[in-house]
Design a binder for this molecule. Structure first.
Ligand code: HEM
Length: 399
């Protein structure tokens, strides 16, 4: 992808471009485009679809994520200001949001998540043990995309025998090419199937509660009333979406990174205590999440005159790759001591699953390198990354 954008004049005095965050592009092209934009702009207008604002000033991005009074989460997709769906807690604003986060605090807090470590390790080891003797694979299909799906099913309390069905749905939801699903109908069918699956699982637990997250969530009260089935559903859908793509994407970047940097691979093999820092640095440098918010009042941000009701895109990459925040910002530095990146967001909606995500990433890197310490990227691949959430589309490796 060329980083130069098609200019479209100005919009309310701000520069306007045909900027589309959805496009597939070469390896790291989106991150590099953000670097260029942040070096030349504080904000601009995208003319894609009905148009939205894009903020590229690092302080302004973080400030907007924290300022929920001005920037609401009632929509978190720049191209869809009036969504017909609800994800809980992501699309709630305080005070309802605060109530949900309080209830969810224990389940996703560091203490409870640490108790899951043996199980998460067992799942990772089992997948990699099966893969190690094969000598090579597309590591995204054969490892990174399976691992968090199995962990998610465990965390939520979904039956293991549904795993294959779940993996098939996840594949259809996230990984179909345009040629495989030109009109998006297979994706839609999978979304409906997942949706009714959650309805069934909720109904089963209403009848007979078990010892799992879903059952416990049903005993919670919000404003003195039990959580409705519709809200439980909106919560399940978000949990499902939140971890299924982000964790595989980040493990994919980690394996790509260590394949390209054998000296850093040798360093984590010699001193596994460096893995934790490598996780933070990979999340920071390969920053792949781009939140958005809906303005609830007229305001100005990054030089953009935003009107109430308009959408604002807030790329985390401009903060995490900012030379004013980090020395040598584009380098993964295993010994970096500044750890204030915002790969998990900032403000009230900061990732609820960050402890789980960090644990999954750490375990994945550790267990992989115990079993497959020596590997390389199969030469001759044209590595491409998706738009929206920037993840490698495929990554064939050999060992
Ligand atoms: C490396 C993996 C992950 C990354 C980089 C990541 C990143 C993020 C970011 C940037 C946000 C804030 C979005 C916004 O401000 O609009 C977020 C929110 C959220 N994440 Fe994650 N996430 C990851 C994994 C997970 C996992 C494993 C789960 C749980 C299963 C999870 C659950 C959530 C939830 C529930 C929210 C919404 C929180 C709220 O609205 O209060 N995430 N995540």
């Amino acid at each position: 992808m060329s980083t130069s954008l098609e200019p479209r004049g100005t919009h309310e005095g701000a520069p306007a471009y045909h900027f589309d965050n959805r496009v597939v592009g070469p390896l790291l092209s989106h991150q590099e485009r953000w670097d260029e934009l942040a070096g030349t702009h504080s904000g601009f207008r995208s003319t894609v679809a009905q148009g939205y604002w894009v903020v590229t000033d690092s302080e302004a991005v973080q400030g907007a994520l924290q300022d929920w009074r001005t920037f609401s989460s009632s929509s978190v997709a720049a191209l869809d200001p009036d969504p017909k769906y609800m994800w809980i807690p992501e699309m709630l604003d305080p005070p309802q949001h605060t109530t949900w986060r309080r209830l969810l605090g224990y389940e996703f807090g560091p203490k409870h998540i640490a108790t899951l470590e043996p199980e998460i390790r067992r799942v990772a080891a089992e997948i990699i043990d099966r893969l190690a003797p094969t000598g090579g694979a597309d590591v995204l299909d054969e490892f990174t995309r399976q691992f968090p799906t199995r962990v998610f099913m465990n965390v939520v309390g979904l039956p293991e025998e549904d795993l294959d069905q779940f993996l098939a749905w996840v594949h259809d939801l996230l990984h179909l090419t345009h040629a495989e699903d030109p009109d998006g109908s297979r994706q839609m069918v999978a979304m409906r199937a997942v949706s009714s699956y959650f309805d069934e699982q909720i109904a089963l637990r209403r009848e007979a509660p078990r010892d799992d997250l879903l059952s416990r969530a049903m005993s919670w009260e919000i404003d003195g009333a039990p959580i409705s089935d519709a809200d439980m559903h909106a919560f399940c859908i978000l949990l499902f979406q939140a971890g299924f793509d982000t964790v595989p994407v980040s493990i994919g970047w980690a394996l790509y990174h260590f394949a390209c940097h054998p000296e850093q691979r040798a360093a984590i093999l010699a001193d596994p205590s460096l893995v934790a820092n490598s996780v933070e640095e990979i999340l920071r440098v390969y920053s792949f999440v781009v939140p958005a918010r809906k303005a609830v009042q007229d305001t100005e941000i990054g030089g953009c005159p935003v009107k109430a009701g308009e959408m604002v895109m807030l790329p985390l990459a401009v903060c995490n790759r900012d030379a004013e925040r980090y020395e040598d910002p584009l380098q993964v530095d295993l010994h970096r001591t500044t750890n204030n990146h915002i790969a998990f967001g900032s403000g009230p909606h900061r990732c609820l699953g960050s402890h789980l995500a960090r644990l999954e990433l750490t375990v994945a890197i550790e267990e992989w390198h115990k079993r497959i310490p020596d590997y390389r990227i199969v030469p001759g691949q044209d590595l491409q990354q998706t738009g929206n959430i920037y993840g490698l589309i495929s990554l064939r490796m050999e060992w």
